[in-house]
Design a protein around this ligand. Structure first.
Ligand code: SF4
Length: 224
């Protein structure tokens, strides 16, 4: 892992209480008497919808965008994406870093959540962040992003489930670090998609509307 990669710790992670989940075996072995018992991470989704309904934004990575482009659902997700800046520690300094996020809808929560049927509209292609949620990874430690989530402490968790959640949290962190590097290319993807959408809208316009639009654009360019 590069220095930059290991130093990049999302601020959200710093704010939350960290939880040591260093070795999955530790969860299955009774702690030695002299050591304090390890806090167990147990999460089983109750499908209450609370997480999706109250999220202010969902960070996404270039991997997520690539996945949506390949599976043909980018046009569903694209109108909900925006760039947002966050304070983060990079190479020992606090800096503003740009991230791509799914922004909350006007009435709050994820715009891709179907409240009526309590379903994610992109369930089979949900962002890595959602796959790992509420478990996060900040480059050094795993942590719980929101301790009020009802599924925390619900039932039991197998070793495989824990490994899977940890893998997703780690992959999400690494994919978002990569996104910082690839952001200029992501921007190009955004612009390409925007141009394609504009062209599509124009193709669907009547000749009269096209002429009105051309006249308007010409008038504006003369004013400039
Ligand atoms: S993308 Fe899907 S899983 Fe993630 S917050 Fe939105 S509705 Fe929920």
């Amino acid at each position: 892992m590069s220095d930059e990669k290991s130093d990049l710790k999302q601020e959200e992670g710093k704010k939350e209480e960290t939880i040591a989940i260093e070795e999955e075996e530790a969860e299955l072995t009774p702690p030695a008497e002299e050591k304090p018992p390890k806090k167990k991470y147990v999460f089983n989704c109750t499908k209450c919808g609370q997480c999706c309904e109250k999220r202010e934004y969902i960070p996404v990575s270039f991997d997520d965008i690539r996945k949506w482009t390949q599976s043909g659902i980018i046009n569903t997700v694209f109108p909900n994406l925006k760039m947002q800046t966050f304070p983060a520690q990079v190479q020992g300094e606090m800096r503003e870093v740009i991230s791509i996020v799914i922004a909350a809808s006007d009435d709050g929560g994820c715009p891709l959540y179907d409240k009526e049927n309590k379903l994610c509209n992109i369930y089979h292609s949900m962002p890595l962040e959602c796959l790992a949620f509420p478990l996060g990874f900040n480059g050094n430690q795993y942590f719980i992003k929101d301790k009020t989530v009802p599924g925390i402490g619900n039932g039991t968790m197998t070793k495989e489930q824990l490994i899977n959640d940890r893998d997703n949290a780690r992959k999400d962190f690494e994919a978002r670090v990569e996104t910082q590097t690839l952001l200029p290319f992501t921007y190009t993807l955004f612009m390409q998609n925007l141009i394609e959408q504009q062209q599509k809208i124009r193709d669907e316009m009547s000749e009269e509307k096209k002429k009105q639009l051309d006249d308007l654009l010409q008038a504006e360019s003369k004013e400039e």
